[in-house]
Design a protein around this ligand. Structure first.
Ligand SMILES: C[S@@+](CC[C@H](N)C(=O)[O-])C[C@H]1O[C@@H](n2cnc3c(N)ncnc32)[C@H](O)[C@@H]1O
Length: 253
């Protein structure tokens, strides 16, 4: 590896490692404010694949064609999810995020029709019930970011029969959050609010920030941490069960 490349990787690791260590929402949003101009470069260096994988997962199960679908990207950051959506023909994209500077980067990308400042866990999403064909939240479900208590809010703004796609990391420091998240996801399913279509474990999520992040129960192949993508279909009272076949997760690379 060239010296400059190694330096970039070390810096990106240090920044993301520091971010993962922050468990307080205000501090974390403050960190994103400062990180916004360098975010895309750092996550590219770490080979962060969640936006691409989540959009792949969503696309194969969406009951409407991409150009007709109204999508909400929650915790949109600089708009990496929108870039993946646009590449697959999605045109109607809304985004929300709790960091004004991240939203500025997203705005500059020119892919969203609407962007709003909104801090999940502290305020409701700025949309009415049943607005979106699909809602995604990628890279924001972990300690100090979007709390598990905000999940029903994602469901509220999804149309009946629409999809909700969520991702979280499965490296050691995020396993407690993941467990709490799964409790909420399962409770909503038991209550008949939605149905799980996919739970797709992914080995190569992004490069680990340290050896410690590659602990037991996670993949340490090539220095990557693991993650998981969930896809749910909101209950549609009119149509009830079994709208089309259950999708399979795309093959992991
Ligand atoms: C790791 S970035 C992910 C951005 C984008 N989804 C991606 O995958 O590249 C996490 C984003 O979540 C936002 N965020 C964290 N906690 C939030 C909250 N409670 N409400 C709204 N946005 C939040 C941050 O400002 C940041 O832009």
């Amino acid at each position: 590896m060239a010296q400059a490349e190694a330096g970039n990787l070390a810096e990106a690791r240090a920044r993301v490692g520091a971010l993962h260590g922050i468990t307080d929402l205000d501090h974390k949003l403050h960190f994103y404010e400062r990180w916004a101009p360098d975010y895309d470069q750092d996550v590219a260096t770490l080979q962060y694949r969640a936006p691409c994988l989540a959009v792949d997962c969503l696309t194969q199960a969406l009951p409407v064609p991409p150009h007709a679908a109204l999508i909400l990207d929650v915790a949109c950051g600089t708009g990496l999810v929108a870039a993946e959506l646009q590449a697959r023909g999605f045109l109607q994209l809304h985004g929300v995020d709790g960091s004004p500077k991240m939203l500025e980067q997203a705005q500059a990308r020119g892919l969203y029709q609407h962007l709003s400042l909104c801090t999940l866990g502290q305020e409701p999403l700025p949309s009415s019930e049943g607005t979106f064909d699909a809602v995604l939240i990628v890279g924001a479900l972990s300690d100090g970011q979007v709390p598990c208590s905000a999940i029903p809010e994602l469901l509220r703004v999804t149309k009946p029969g629409g999809l909700v796609c969520l991702t979280t990391r499965t490296n050691p420091s995020n396993l407690r959050y993941k467990e709490a998240l799964e409790t909420v996801l399962d409770r909503l399913e038991q209550a008949g609010a939605w149905k799980r279509l996919v739970a797709w474990p992914v080995d190569r999520w992004e490069l680990a920030t340290s050896e410690l992040e590659m602990g037991p129960g996670t993949s340490d192949r090539d220095g990557f941490i693991s993650g998981i993508i969930y896809l749910y279909r909101k209950q549609d009272m009119a149509q009830e069960e079994g709208v089309g076949p259950s999708p399979q997760p795309p093959a992991d690379l």
